[in-house]
Ligand binder design. Structure first.
Ligand code: CA
Length: 458
């Protein structure tokens, strides 16, 4: 009898938690170790750390590509982005309807609409600049931010009305911000704070409606240009290197923002109804002799299929459901976010668009102890790069020819990928490579011009 009551209780509990609010806080180009919960010493991040403290630090979590656009296309669809040809950053061209997330793919806002969620994207979109790709035409109910892959941080620099006034590459960093479908004039402030204001306003509005919401808070910080306001810079006067100092200040602004978001959840007493993910969209860039980001023990960074490019700071909290204070060590993926919220809402993926992510929640609650992924795949089409993670092993060719020159690493012993052990395990390496080739047959080539193929040259 007791068992029946327990089962009934679990059923009721499960139905009660089926549709949590979802908040995805995404940073841009933040290094694996540029966060307190991964051991950063010079940039305190108490509020982001609180997500890991109140939930889980996922120490072996990956994005599906080591640069912005494709990584986000994977995250937002729960599918390897090469399945639909989003293999690189698309050109910024408001006249090109192909340069964006294909319409037949469904992003997380479009998916959650079926379960009655209302969704906002605050910050960087990067999924296309043609009007058909506008977030409000792609399932989102609210948009505050910018369409392109980056932006200046000080509104005083925004002197272009919209993308039609762009004459040179990167000029889109100075376009006016967009609220829903309108360009708006903001004359003061600091972009990271402005995005946080919009995020908190959205939570304040939605919390009282008592319907599930999804907030995709897509900060462009700490992506270049390195720009920070005095409020944050003065916290880091002890950092000598000026680039690192500014970068630290930018991370600190995000941390304050995360603190305000968490505080608003507390204020509305919806922490136990809200699943929060925090992650970076790729590893920290390591340009120049004095890189200002830190990917910890991992090799290389942004743009590379080495761990430094794809393994990112990643934390999850869901108070009352996911036990607090955990470190989760098995490999997982940003693709799991959409798969998790889809499963929690009992939504079935389209048979023609199966998900590559898995529902990670039972693994984080301890209900499942197996590995969520047998394999994780990556491809860099333009420079022939590829990698496959299988358990503790990884085969990798970062750049080069698609021949036998790839390497095999044991990440348990060698997280920095310094020691090629292919000669020791040739059969394992060969079988992994065959698995990777099989996977590649399911992929498409790039469907759009790249970022460098700028639209005014057409
Ligand atoms: Ca990025």
């Amino acid at each position: 009898m007791n068992k029946i009551f327990t089962l009934l209780y679990l059923l009721i509990l499960n139905s009660a938690i089926a549709s949590p609010n979802l908040i995805i806080i995404l940073t841009d180009d933040q290094g694996y170790q540029d966060i307190g919960f991964n051991g950063c010493e010079d940039i305190p991040t108490q509020y982001i750390d609180s997500i890991a403290k109140n939930g889980v630090n996922c120490v072996d979590a990956h994005v599906s590509y080591p640069v912005c656009g494709p990584s986000r296309a994977g995250l937002l669809t729960g599918r390897y982005q090469d399945r639909f040809g989003f293999t690189t950053n698309p050109t910024v061209n408001p006249e090109n309807p192909i340069a964006g997330l294909p319409l037949e793919e469904k992003n997380i806002a479009e998916v959650l609409k079926q379960a009655g969620y209302s969704s906002a994207i605050i910050g960087k979109w990067h999924m296309g600049t043609h009007p058909i790709h506008h977030p409000l035409n792609r399932g989102f109910d609210h948009f505050f931010g910018f369409l392109s892959g980056g932006h200046d941080y000080f509104p005083a620099k925004y002197n272009l009305k919209d993308l039609s006034e762009v004459k040179r590459i990167w000029d889109w960093y100075r376009t006016h911000l967009i609220r829903d479908r309108e360009r708006i004039q903001v004359s003061k402030g600091y972009l990271t704070d402005i995005l946080t204001d919009a995020a908190v306003a959205f939570i304040d509005k939605k919390a009282v409606e008592k319907k599930p919401f999804m907030l995709y808070l897509s900060y462009n910080a700490p992506h270049t240009p390195l720009q920070a306001s005095d409020k944050y810079l003065k916290r880091f006067s002890h950092i000598k290197d000026s680039k690192r100092r500014t970068y630290a200040a930018m991370v600190s602004a995000v941390d304050d923002g995360v603190g305000r978001v968490i505080k608003s959840l507390k204020k509305h007493k919806i922490e136990e109804d809200t699943l929060v993910f925090f992650l970076s969209d790729n590893g920290g860039p390591l340009k120049g002799p004095m890189p200002f980001t830190d990917n910890g023990p991992f090799s290389k960074g942004k743009g590379s299929l080495h761990e430094g490019g794809t393994r990112v700071p990643f934390a999850v909290q869901w108070k009352g459901t996911i036990p607090a204070g955990q470190i989760y060590k098995k490999p997982m993926s940003s693709l799991d976010i959409l798969a998790s919220i889809t499963a929690l809402n009992n939504l079935k993926p389209h048979p023609k668009r199966p998900l590559d992510g898995v529902n990670i929640i039972p693994y984080l609650t301890g209900e499942k102890n197996s590995a969520p992924h047998d394999k994780l795949f990556w491809r860099k089409l333009t420079n022939q790069g590829f990698s496959l993670r299988q358990g503790k092993y990884k085969i990798l060719l970062d750049n080069g020819r698609r021949d036998n020159s790839y390497k095999l690493y044991d990440l348990a012993k060698d997280p920095g990928e310094y020691k090629d052990i292919k000669n020791k395990h040739p059969e394992l390496a060969e079988s992994m490579f065959k698995e990777w080739e099989k996977w590649e047959k399911e992929l498409k080539n790039c469907i759009f011009p790249t970022l460098e193929e700028v639209w005014w040259k057409r």
